[in-house]
Design a protein around this ligand. Sequence first.
Ligand code: HSE
Length: 302
Amino acid sequence: MTGWARVSVPASSGNLGAGFDVFGLAVDLRDEYSFTPAARDGIEAGGKFRRHVPRDTTRNLAFQAFRSLAPAAAGPYLLRATREIPPQGGLGGSASAIVGGLVAANEAFALGLPQDELLRRAAELEGHPDNAAAALLGGLVLSVHTETRLHAVRVPFPDDVGVVLTVPGYRVATASARAALPAKVPREHAVANLGRAALLVAALQTGQYEKLRAATEDFLHQPYRAELNPALGPSVAAALAAGAYGAALSGSGPTIIAFAPPDRRMGVAGAMADVALEAGYGCETYVVNAARDGAAALDGGG
Ligand code: HSE
């Protein structure tokens, strides 16, 4: 049992406004996970955010996910992780690590597990499916849990909608951001989100991008997370004023995702960065596109 694999996995933005725990969009920032047989278990890290890769194999999500699928007879492994997705930023870094470990094990040990099964396991390890589904499938994915299974459907994301990501210089732990949510919400808020979530898909599919402004409004999670995410309100306002179609909290934050015509992305990025600088917390800005490709084994073998 000495297979090996190298896997590339995209970052992802969950929710996109009204689609709390349902929408996930893969974006073109990618981490890489390579697993090779070694004398003992270990982890090496590279990339811009290498210092954020846990070196303890019992705390590293990619390593744990890989082990969860590896046959009992598999020997020790070295994980080389190249981390380019900002950590704890609301860009699905933990989902990417889990998906990377699962896809690597599937490839290295020629397990032949279908995508459905990989997604079921990834969503279970992650606790919610939106980021894991986008990281695995790529593009825009809707995930819906029924009593018996998880339905994940990829829908086309248009090429002429660009993405701007602003990562403010503070961090928000997903656990605290989930703890801030109420157990019950008023019916009018549920209805408002239902309509906006449907509107987001319809606007993207029919090219009515001006409707993304309304479609990215949310009543189920963003208002309750505003205190943890002081950049949210001013950044969304700045993005819209600079010509973005719409903007929302990425996952549980602190990143803000804006959708814009490709040639307006730089202006939107600048406007959002100015707000962050003025407020004193600074930010990093990424002008990117949606990622067509989900997790992919770059190479590997037995
Ligand atoms: N849908 C999740 C949440 C994403 O908003 O809590 C976490 O990144």
